[in-house]
Design a protein around this ligand. Structure first.
Ligand code: DGY
Length: 327
């Protein structure tokens, strides 16, 4: 690869990152930020030495198989890589990197915000004030539920799950978790966390569920219609991971039927589409995939992308190489 590889960036990134990328590489930017169509993505992989996609670009096997022989790296701007067919990329000798770690705290903050917002009816309070409906303090108006002392079940105890647990513990929640692998005793002790090997059994006993695992073929609809039915009617569901992990239609049906107390969702199964029935439910707080949306976080993500590319171009193994068995 030449010293100045052609790097095609699919979306607008923070200015400081774009400037640095232009200094280091032969960089093609997407200044108007319109997501690329499949045809534009196919054209990009035909020409680029390195492509920098985001979660809005579907790099499936059909697109990746059109890549020119010069494409050597997919340096994803983001942690989740469920929009990239990593196996096909690797089979074609294309390395894949992502940006883990730098959005952990921001995403955990947003998770905690939803864990607080839904049971305490924050959105309803804001809406009624804005609508001029507030007649003054009342002993019985807009009563939510106490967070302190409730049981939080975290699905996925990786970096983000643990960061959520640290926050939740400080709020007096009891920490429970389900994970493919049990975490170390030191972590469990520090978080006073209870491990549930059986997700079904955990779901049936929690007050709040927080989804914090990656979306992989194994976690697609992990919270299926059957599993959602295991939840108690007073339970809340919070998801800041990926919409595909929950059967969104089944969740919506249960919320409409008041078989669940509420939900806080930052992610959706068919983004940017949102099930229209969710939009008008009072006991639901919906956010437009904002978990990592801080200036600091997005700059850190961009810096990670640059380090991954620079290391790769210099002939070394990039620090954030995606290895399918680790997902
Ligand atoms: C990611 O990096 O995968 C996040 O979902 C972006 O917010």
């Amino acid at each position: 690869m030449t010293n100045k590889p052609l790097v095609i960036v699919t979306r607008k990134l923070p200015d400081a990152i774009e400037t640095r990328m232009r200094e280091l590489f032969n960089t093609e930017l997407n200044l108007d930020d319109t997501p690329m169509s499949p045809a534009q993505l196919a054209d990009a992989v035909k020409r680029a030495d390195i492509i920098v996609p985001t979660l809005t670009d579907r790099l499936d096997s059909r697109i990746i198989s059109q890549a020119g022989p010069q494409l050597k790296l997919i340096a994803n701007f983001g942690t989740g890589v469920d929009h990239i067919d990593v196996d096909t990329a690797l089979q074609r000798g294309i390395a894949v990197t992502n940006t883990p770690g730098v959005l952990t705290e921001d995403t955990a903050d947003m998770t905690m915000a939803l864990i607080l917002a839904v049971p305490r009816r924050l959105a309803e309070g804001v809406d009624s004030l804005r609508a001029g409906e507030w007649k003054g303090w009342s002993p019985t108006w807009l009563l939510g539920h106490r967070i302190y002392g409730k049981r939080l079940g975290i699905v996925g105890m990786g970096r983000i799950g643990q960061a959520v647990a640290r926050r939740a513990k400080a709020f007096g929640l009891q920490i429970h978790y389900h994970n493919r692998r049990r975490v170390g005793e030191d972590i469990e002790d520090a978080l006073e966390a209870t491990y549930w090997e059986s997700l079904d059994q955990m779901l049936a006993r929690m007050d709040i569920i927080s989804v914090n695992c990656p979306h992989t073929p194994a976690t697609f609809h992990l919270l299926s219609a059957r599993r959602l039915k295991l939840l108690q009617p007073h339970a809340y569901v919070v998801n800041t991971a990926r919409g595909e992990i929950i059967d969104e239609n089944a969740l919506t049906r249960m919320l409409v039927a008041e078989e669940l107390a509420g939900a806080g969702l930052d992610v959706f199964e068919h983004e940017p589409a949102v099930n229209p029935k969710l939009l008008n439910l009072p006991n639901v707080v919906l956010l437009p995939h904002m978990g990592s949306a801080t200036i600091e976080g997005r700059i850190d993500m961009g810096e990670k992308v640059i380090i991954n590319i620079k290391t790769f171009v210099d002939g070394h193994t990039p620090p954030d190489r995606v290895i399918p068995s680790m997902l």
